[in-house]
Design a protein around this ligand. Structure first.
Ligand code: CP
Length: 294
């Protein structure tokens, strides 16, 4: 594949290849691509993914360019295709895109540009966030060796979460036992996924607890924050002692997880996820820069 679109399009072998490469970068492997030029086009807010990709590009010796959405000619009416085509003519070869729109990468990869370009999905609508799923998978295997037969509880705003959808697709295929836990207003049917509404029941025997952010920017209608905190917040009282606690960030402190847990040793995996994200993105970019494919 010339592009990184949805996690579902990667084979088991391609995923293992990316995680192995990430591991070697974490161990100090060096690569240098001074003639490669990558643009970061983020049409939705981001801290982790944007900085992580920028850091990965720079560590690989390539050039990074931040596309300023507030000052671009798209605001003068230019279509995204024309913007990208002009950037390709100027010399950008890799486009890392975050968008609210579904299937934008799917549409772009079918078009012909001034020169061959690569697209990387940095989070699309509520359906996909492939590099987040890859870094989460990597963090799990780094800590627990494998996901096979592990009980993974995904708790929170499943309905609006691209992180949940990409993780479910990847982790189920790798043999994990997934239980989703959410109140009715955050549930949405996902193929083959079991919902448990009671948090304490869901957490029984959990190996991994993956919390999700409540996405206030995507909420339609009111939800009761107090009700969510009372019934779904992860705290000392309900978190299994040996469970690996994860969260893609940004965390709403004391809403999804209590602050004392976030700042405890058990909460440090959340920062490990951010750290590992750089190595996963280096691995993805390394494949594209070196082989022209994932
Ligand atoms: N996890 C994640 O995608 O975070 P950002 O929105 O900060 O990139």
């Amino acid at each position: 594949m010339k592009h990184l679109d949805k996690i579902e399009y990667l084979s088991k072998e391609e995923i293992e290849n990316i995680t192995d490469t990430a591991k070697s970068f974490k161990a100090g492997r060096y690569a240098n691509y001074p003639t490669r030029h990558a643009a970061l086009m983020f049409f939705e807010n981001s801290t982790r993914t944007r900085f992580s990709f920028e850091c990965a590009i720079k560590r690989l010796g390539a050039k990074s360019y931040v596309f300023d959405t507030a000052k671009s000619s798209i605001l003068k009416g230019e279509e995204l295709f024309d913007t990208i085509n002009n950037m390709a003519a100027i010399g950008i070869d890799t486009f890392i895109i975050r968008t609210r729109e579904e299937n934008l990468i799917g549409e772009l990869k079918e078009k012909t540009f001034y020169r061959p370009v690569h697209f990387i999905n940095a989070g699309e609508g509520k359906s996909s966030h492939p590099t987040q799923a890859l870094l989460d998978y990597y963090t799990i295997i780094e800590n627990l060796g494998s996901v096979k037969n592990k009980k993974i509880v995904i708790a929170g705003d499943i309905k609006h979460s691209r992180v949940a959808r990409s993780n479910i697709a990847l982790l189920k295929r790798e043999g994990a036992n997934i239980v989703c836990c959410a109140p009715k207003y955050f549930q949405e049917e996902i193929d083959g996924v079991y919902f448990e509404e009671n948090l304490n029941n869901a957490l029984l025997g959990a190996d991994i607890v993956m919390c999700l952010r409540i996405q206030t920017e995507r909420l339609e209608g009111e939800i009761s924050k107090e009700d969510y905190i009372k019934n779904y917040r992860i705290s000392k009282e309900n978190l299994p002692e040996n469970a690996l606690l994860m969260h893609p960030g940004p965390v709403n402190r004391d809403v999804e997880i209590t602050s004392d847990i976030i700042d405890s040793p058990q909460g440090q995996t959340i920062l490990k996820q951010a750290e590992n994200g750089v190595y996963i993105r280096m691995a993805v970019l390394d494949k594209i820069f070196k082989e022209g494919r994932i």
